[in-house]
Write a new protein. Sequence first.
Length: 578
Amino acid sequence: MARIRKLSIRNFRSIKTLDWTPSPGINCLIGPGDSGKSSILDAIDLCLSARRSVPFGDTDFYNLDVRAPIIISVTLGELSEDLMNLDTYGDFLRGFDSVFDDVVDEPAVTIETVLTLQLKVESDLEPQWTLYSERAEQLGLSRGLAWKDRTSLAPARIGAYAQTNLSWARGSVLNRLTEERAELGPALANAAREARSNFGNQAADQLNATLEVVARTAADLGVPIGKSALALLDAHSVSIGDGAIALHSEAGIPLRSLGTGSSRLLIAGLQRAAANAASIALVDEVEYGLEPHRLIRFLDSLGAKASNPPLQVFLTTHSPVALKELLSNQLFIVRSQQGNHTVLRTNVYPEVQGILRSAPEAFLAKYVLVCEGASEVGLIRGMDQYRSEKLNLESINARGAAYYNVGGGSPDNCFLRGKTLLNLGYPVIVLVDADKPPLQKNVQAFIDAGGKYVMWQNGNALEDELFKELHDAGIDTLLAMAKEFVGAALVSQQISSMSANQFTLEAIEASRPQVPYSPAVRALLGRVSKNSSNAWFKSITAYQRVGNEAVLPHCPNSSQAFQNSINELWGYINAAGA
């Protein structure tokens, strides 16, 4: 059950350099488009697959520079006895130090014995597979893996087209399920002969006239074909190999006619059953062709929830459903800077698992808006709707944004989890209330990590901020929405009760628009609107309308401080999405 301990890639496609120590179980690669995730899977496949040749082109070289060779090195652990045979591979055996995630050239008792297989492609485009060790290179020794060993190490690629794995074709998962190999050669040869003969018997009547012409012509010309000609299938065309044997259902329907999702699901299960023979699997776009419930089952089949994973799996995904089913130690983020790639472990940060469960889409975004609650999420969504529909500006969703609703509680959670996302390479913007001040050390750590935040002024919660700072016309809109959402009677009752009958809804509305909202009325409306038992706007949907119909339309005429806060927020958002 070989496992990849270290992967090194040089000058392959978009990857100039990459060095990665993967997990022995599930390795889910995520990252922005063109970050090299699929190229990592292809590199493993090309280096380990049992192929005698692979077509390479100039486009497979980093920046099309064929002067810098492609070098893909895969260091394998958990070796079988055959692979640790000193007579065969002794000069190439190395050591892997799991404490430092490092490969050393000399094996030792205290560290794991490993082999490094290297694929090198130079400007002649001819791939060369060899074993690698520093001492062998110094001694001028060169050799590759024996073919049977390469076959045993070849990974299973579970792709969109799975037909080859549903037949006994060379390299299919069916050929790895048992050590026994059926001797089917004689039976296949007889099947081919019978097919030729049966066709001839059935076709003779329909082709008889043509066959008579052929026989007469041959006799006239002295061509020796016998007394008659026969119409049989060409012997070369009916040569039947192992690949012609395919799985069928009980009704005789070929399983290759299954849908994409069903085929992938079945093959994942078969791959797990064949793990002793081929323990490495590659899956690009794991969600392809699968509904959410089948995607979960697919991941389970690959060993996502197994304490002792049967397979080492390398997969990519853009599905929040897949991420939600994974643990933080199974998630790896691919980052690239001018071709120099890094693969970040997420389980080094304890907050990651909570984010995975509550907002998996954050890990698939270009940047993240961390919001204290649903109110802030709705507010930004509503403002974004106004900007895109009324001002013809690009939506933040189109620029790769994701919302992360921390779910209320202490605002410190926003800064702590925002800092975790910053550490993983995501630009982060936090929007929080000011009625429960966060610890300054958490805010400062977030800023030092590169984060941006907007906090309402003067200890205001969002509702206080809106009613105190919006233009009078904006408050008119908010009151109309409140009556629509919770009913005019309840709004009236709440205002009278909280003001000890000093103010009433009827009196406030009767004075409009001649009389502006006084500071006392503004403060009262802010307190009433966030009443814990019957809050006016406490949902994403409600606040989306607030942002779209009350905030941005009336922001230009609101207080300067409020305009500054909104402009600051959108400035951060525009910079992050650039």
